[in-house]
Design a binder for this molecule. Structure first.
Ligand code: KIV
Length: 274
């Protein structure tokens, strides 16, 4: 299968082909995702919560995302690799934004994702001018969690829905190549997807987006605790891992592990010399 590029994603939208995307943070999961033919892999700042067990995404730094991007890069051959710009990484100054986005590209990303609209939409043309494609992210934007007052569905009321619709158009006009719509009513996401020429990729945004994204750890059943409503768990890998670890503990304590096939015999002559 051909390498996925930002142009290919635009083509997929025109052809009515649904885009598949997953967020991943490490080499083994990224390799599995890429081999399965997923179109876009995001190194998301959700790693703060999903991978590090923190309360929110606000502690994730540019260096953190760059580190995970390097690991994911080694596993991704075909999919488009996008790195998240974490909290405040694109709000301090135009120079700092470019420098931070540059770190993502040097680490192997082919594009960056920016959350929200204020202080973001104006940076899109600057990043594009430097050769960095930009993906937007509207609706529930976890970096604004304190402003939003919780992880809630966004754009439910008429005014908020209209603002989200207008913001999506502004990001498209600024040059974003795609958009994530997180936790917005399905009807609104359908309207946005239809109105835009660029792909809208939904997470908790209903079935009528141009594509879907989930966090790989969530859909694989690796994230402890209750998952949000929008997550479908396609596997229960944590249960399988727990059983395996418990068996290892039992066998090690009981002496069944390691068995002969896990041990290295010495050469007979060397043994005599000891
Ligand atoms: O950080 C992340 O993983 C994301 C996706 C949930 C879209 O932004």
């Amino acid at each position: 299968m051909d390498k996925v590029t930002v142009n290919r994603l635009a083509e997929m939208k025109r052809e009515g082909q649904r885009i598949t995307a997953l967020a991943a943070y490490d080499f083994p999961i990224a390799s599995l995702i890429d081999a399965a033919g997923v179109d876009l892999v995001l190194v998301g700042d959700s790693l703060g919560m999903t991978f590090r067990g923190e309360e929110n995404t606000l502690t994730v730094t540019v260096e953190d995302i760059a580190y995970h991007t390097r690991a994911v890069r080694r596993g991704v051959k075909r999919a488009l690799l996008v790195a998240d710009m974490p909290f405040l990484s694109c709000h301090v100054s135009a120079e700092k934004t470019l420098e931070n986005a540059g770190k993502m590209i040097i680490s192997g990303a082919e594009a960056v994702k920016l959350e929200g609209i204020d202080g973001v939409v104006e940076t899109v043309p600057r990043l594009l001018a430097a050769g960095v494609p930009v993906m937007g992210h509207l609706g529930l934007t976890p970096q604004s969690i304190h402003k939003l007052g919780g992880y809630k569905v966004q754009g439910r009321q008429g005014k908020a829905a209209q603002k989200l619709f207008d913001d999506a158009r502004r990001l498209e006009e600024a040059g974003a190549f795609a958009l994530v719509l997180e936790c917005v009513p399905a009807e609104l996401a359908a309207r946005v997807s239809e109105a835009l020429a660029i792909p809208a990729i939904g997470i908790g945004a209903g079935p009528d987006c141009d594509g879907q994204i989930l966090v790989a750890n969530d859909m694989l059943g690796l994230t402890p605790g209750r998952a949000p409503r929008f997550v479908k768990r396609y596997a229960e890998l944590a249960d399988a891992a727990k059983t395996a670890i418990e068996t290892y503990v039992r066998e090690t304590r009981g002496g069944a592990f390691p068995a002969a096939e896990h041990s290295y015999p010495a050469e007979p002559r060397r043994l005599k010399a000891v």
